[in-house]
Design a protein around this ligand. Structure first.
Ligand code: AR6
Length: 176
Protein backbone atom coordinates (compact mmCIF):
# COMPACT_ATOMS: atom_id res chain seq x y z
CA UNK A 1 0.00 0.00 0.00
CA UNK A 2 1.23 3.55 -0.69
CA UNK A 3 0.12 7.14 -0.31
CA UNK A 4 1.67 10.47 -1.23
CA UNK A 5 1.74 13.46 1.11
CA UNK A 6 3.12 16.55 -0.62
CA UNK A 7 6.49 15.39 -2.01
CA UNK A 8 6.80 12.30 0.19
CA UNK A 9 5.71 8.78 -0.65
CA UNK A 10 4.77 6.58 2.31
CA UNK A 11 4.92 2.91 1.39
CA UNK A 12 4.04 -0.23 3.35
CA UNK A 13 5.51 -3.58 2.27
CA UNK A 14 6.04 -7.04 3.71
CA UNK A 15 9.72 -7.88 3.87
CA UNK A 16 13.13 -8.01 5.51
CA UNK A 17 14.60 -4.58 6.26
CA UNK A 18 18.18 -5.80 5.84
CA UNK A 19 17.52 -6.08 2.09
CA UNK A 20 16.40 -2.46 1.70
CA UNK A 21 18.23 -0.08 -0.65
CA UNK A 22 16.99 3.18 0.86
CA UNK A 23 19.60 5.72 2.02
CA UNK A 24 18.95 4.68 5.61
CA UNK A 25 17.31 1.81 7.43
CA UNK A 26 16.13 2.22 10.99
CA UNK A 27 17.09 -0.23 13.71
CA UNK A 28 14.79 -0.91 16.70
CA UNK A 29 17.68 -0.91 19.16
CA UNK A 30 18.03 -0.83 22.96
CA UNK A 31 19.38 2.04 25.09
CA UNK A 32 22.83 0.48 25.39
CA UNK A 33 23.06 -0.04 21.61
CA UNK A 34 24.27 -3.47 22.64
CA UNK A 35 22.63 -5.51 19.89
CA UNK A 36 20.00 -8.11 20.61
CA UNK A 37 17.42 -10.29 18.94
CA UNK A 38 14.69 -9.33 16.47
CA UNK A 39 15.42 -6.74 13.81
CA UNK A 40 18.46 -5.49 15.79
CA UNK A 41 20.08 -8.92 15.59
CA UNK A 42 19.22 -9.24 11.89
CA UNK A 43 20.78 -5.85 11.04
CA UNK A 44 24.01 -6.50 12.94
CA UNK A 45 24.39 -9.99 11.55
CA UNK A 46 23.77 -8.94 7.94
CA UNK A 47 25.73 -5.68 8.22
CA UNK A 48 28.85 -7.07 9.90
CA UNK A 49 30.93 -5.85 12.87
CA UNK A 50 31.64 -2.25 11.80
CA UNK A 51 28.12 -1.20 12.81
CA UNK A 52 28.62 -2.48 16.36
CA UNK A 53 32.06 -0.84 16.54
CA UNK A 54 30.43 2.52 15.75
CA UNK A 55 27.64 1.84 18.26
CA UNK A 56 30.26 1.24 20.96
CA UNK A 57 31.88 4.57 20.15
CA UNK A 58 28.51 6.33 20.46
CA UNK A 59 27.87 4.50 23.73
CA UNK A 60 24.07 4.55 24.00
CA UNK A 61 20.80 6.17 23.02
CA UNK A 62 17.94 7.17 25.36
CA UNK A 63 14.44 5.89 24.56
CA UNK A 64 12.81 8.06 21.90
CA UNK A 65 16.12 9.42 20.56
CA UNK A 66 18.07 8.35 17.47
CA UNK A 67 21.72 8.05 16.43
CA UNK A 68 23.33 7.21 13.10
CA UNK A 69 26.10 4.87 11.93
CA UNK A 70 27.27 3.66 8.57
CA UNK A 71 25.74 0.43 7.33
CA UNK A 72 28.65 -1.99 6.87
CA UNK A 73 27.83 -4.64 4.29
CA UNK A 74 24.20 -3.61 3.91
CA UNK A 75 22.93 -1.96 0.73
CA UNK A 76 21.62 1.04 2.66
CA UNK A 77 24.20 3.78 3.31
CA UNK A 78 23.31 4.38 6.97
CA UNK A 79 21.66 2.72 9.92
CA UNK A 80 19.66 5.03 12.16
CA UNK A 81 19.40 3.39 15.57
CA UNK A 82 16.40 4.43 17.57
CA UNK A 83 14.98 3.05 20.79
CA UNK A 84 11.27 2.50 21.12
CA UNK A 85 9.59 2.24 24.53
CA UNK A 86 9.08 -1.02 26.39
CA UNK A 87 5.30 -1.27 26.81
CA UNK A 88 4.27 -1.12 30.48
CA UNK A 89 0.51 -0.73 30.06
CA UNK A 90 0.41 2.65 28.34
CA UNK A 91 0.57 5.05 31.31
CA UNK A 92 4.35 5.52 31.31
CA UNK A 93 4.56 7.93 28.39
CA UNK A 94 4.90 5.12 25.87
CA UNK A 95 2.89 6.86 23.13
CA UNK A 96 5.02 10.01 23.22
CA UNK A 97 8.21 7.99 23.32
CA UNK A 98 7.17 5.87 20.34
CA UNK A 99 6.28 8.97 18.32
CA UNK A 100 9.60 10.54 19.33
CA UNK A 101 11.44 7.47 18.04
CA UNK A 102 9.87 7.88 14.59
CA UNK A 103 10.14 11.69 14.55
CA UNK A 104 13.75 11.83 15.71
CA UNK A 105 14.76 9.19 13.15
CA UNK A 106 13.13 11.25 10.39
CA UNK A 107 14.75 14.46 11.68
CA UNK A 108 18.17 12.85 11.72
CA UNK A 109 17.69 11.59 8.15
CA UNK A 110 16.62 15.07 7.08
CA UNK A 111 19.63 16.70 8.79
CA UNK A 112 21.88 14.30 6.87
CA UNK A 113 20.03 15.23 3.66
CA UNK A 114 18.93 11.66 3.05
CA UNK A 115 16.07 11.15 0.64
CA UNK A 116 14.78 7.74 1.62
CA UNK A 117 14.38 5.77 4.84
CA UNK A 118 12.97 2.38 5.85
CA UNK A 119 11.41 1.64 9.24
CA UNK A 120 10.64 -1.63 10.99
CA UNK A 121 7.62 -1.82 13.31
CA UNK A 122 9.40 -0.24 16.29
CA UNK A 123 8.47 -1.72 19.72
CA UNK A 124 6.09 -4.24 18.09
CA UNK A 125 8.18 -7.32 18.93
CA UNK A 126 10.16 -7.91 22.10
CA UNK A 127 9.12 -4.51 23.56
CA UNK A 128 5.49 -5.62 23.50
CA UNK A 129 3.63 -2.54 22.23
CA UNK A 130 0.04 -3.35 21.14
CA UNK A 131 0.51 -3.51 17.39
CA UNK A 132 -2.60 -1.65 16.26
CA UNK A 133 -1.84 1.30 18.53
CA UNK A 134 1.84 1.28 17.54
CA UNK A 135 0.81 1.22 13.87
CA UNK A 136 -1.57 4.16 14.37
CA UNK A 137 1.15 6.23 16.03
CA UNK A 138 3.72 5.28 13.38
CA UNK A 139 1.43 6.30 10.54
CA UNK A 140 0.30 9.50 12.28
CA UNK A 141 3.86 10.62 12.98
CA UNK A 142 5.10 9.93 9.46
CA UNK A 143 2.13 11.71 7.87
CA UNK A 144 2.63 14.75 10.13
CA UNK A 145 6.32 14.82 9.30
CA UNK A 146 5.64 14.60 5.56
CA UNK A 147 3.15 17.46 5.81
CA UNK A 148 5.57 19.73 7.65
CA UNK A 149 8.90 18.83 6.08
CA UNK A 150 10.28 18.22 2.64
CA UNK A 151 13.55 16.57 1.69
CA UNK A 152 12.69 12.99 2.48
CA UNK A 153 10.99 11.69 -0.63
CA UNK A 154 10.35 8.12 0.43
CA UNK A 155 9.38 6.60 3.78
CA UNK A 156 9.06 2.82 3.66
CA UNK A 157 7.65 0.65 6.44
CA UNK A 158 8.99 -2.89 6.20
CA UNK A 159 6.59 -5.24 7.97
CA UNK A 160 8.00 -8.64 8.72
CA UNK A 161 4.87 -10.72 8.18
CA UNK A 162 1.41 -10.49 6.67
CA UNK A 163 -0.33 -10.05 10.03
CA UNK A 164 1.54 -6.89 10.96
CA UNK A 165 1.38 -5.62 7.38
CA UNK A 166 -2.42 -5.89 7.55
CA UNK A 167 -2.48 -4.04 10.89
CA UNK A 168 -0.37 -1.16 9.53
CA UNK A 169 -2.44 -1.01 6.30
CA UNK A 170 -5.70 -0.84 8.24
CA UNK A 171 -4.42 2.08 10.33
CA UNK A 172 -3.09 3.94 7.29
CA UNK A 173 -6.39 3.48 5.44
CA UNK A 174 -8.23 5.14 8.32
CA UNK A 175 -6.08 8.27 7.89
CA UNK A 176 -6.41 8.87 4.15
N1 AR6 B 1 13.01 -6.93 8.95
C1 AR6 B 1 11.90 -6.26 9.31
N2 AR6 B 1 11.27 -6.44 10.48
C2 AR6 B 1 11.79 -7.37 11.33
C3 AR6 B 1 12.94 -8.12 11.03
C4 AR6 B 1 13.57 -7.87 9.78
N3 AR6 B 1 14.67 -8.53 9.41
N4 AR6 B 1 13.18 -8.95 12.08
C5 AR6 B 1 12.20 -8.75 13.00
N5 AR6 B 1 11.35 -7.79 12.53
P1 AR6 B 1 11.80 -6.29 17.61
P2 AR6 B 1 11.32 -4.10 19.53
C6 AR6 B 1 10.14 -7.24 13.14
O1 AR6 B 1 11.59 -7.29 18.68
O2 AR6 B 1 9.98 -4.64 19.87
C7 AR6 B 1 16.03 -6.26 20.40
O3 AR6 B 1 16.59 -7.30 21.14
C8 AR6 B 1 9.46 -8.00 14.26
O4 AR6 B 1 8.69 -9.07 13.73
O5 AR6 B 1 12.95 -6.48 16.68
O6 AR6 B 1 11.47 -2.61 19.30
C9 AR6 B 1 16.65 -4.90 20.71
O7 AR6 B 1 18.01 -5.02 21.01
C10 AR6 B 1 8.58 -6.91 14.87
O8 AR6 B 1 7.39 -6.75 14.10
O9 AR6 B 1 11.98 -4.77 18.22
C11 AR6 B 1 15.83 -4.42 21.85
O10 AR6 B 1 16.32 -4.93 23.06
C12 AR6 B 1 9.45 -5.64 14.68
O11 AR6 B 1 10.46 -6.00 13.74
C13 AR6 B 1 14.45 -4.98 21.57
O12 AR6 B 1 14.66 -6.14 20.78
C14 AR6 B 1 10.11 -5.13 15.94
O13 AR6 B 1 10.44 -6.22 16.79
C15 AR6 B 1 13.59 -4.02 20.78
O14 AR6 B 1 12.30 -4.53 20.70
Amino acid sequence: MEIKINETEIVLVCGDITKETTDAIVNAANERLAGGAGVDGAIHSAGGPTIMAECRQIGGCPTGQAVITTAGKLKAKYVIHTVGPIYHGGSKGEADLLQNAYRNSLKLAQEKRLQSISFPAISCGIYGYPQDEAARLAMKTCIEFARENTGIKLIRHILFNRKIYDIFSAELKKMV
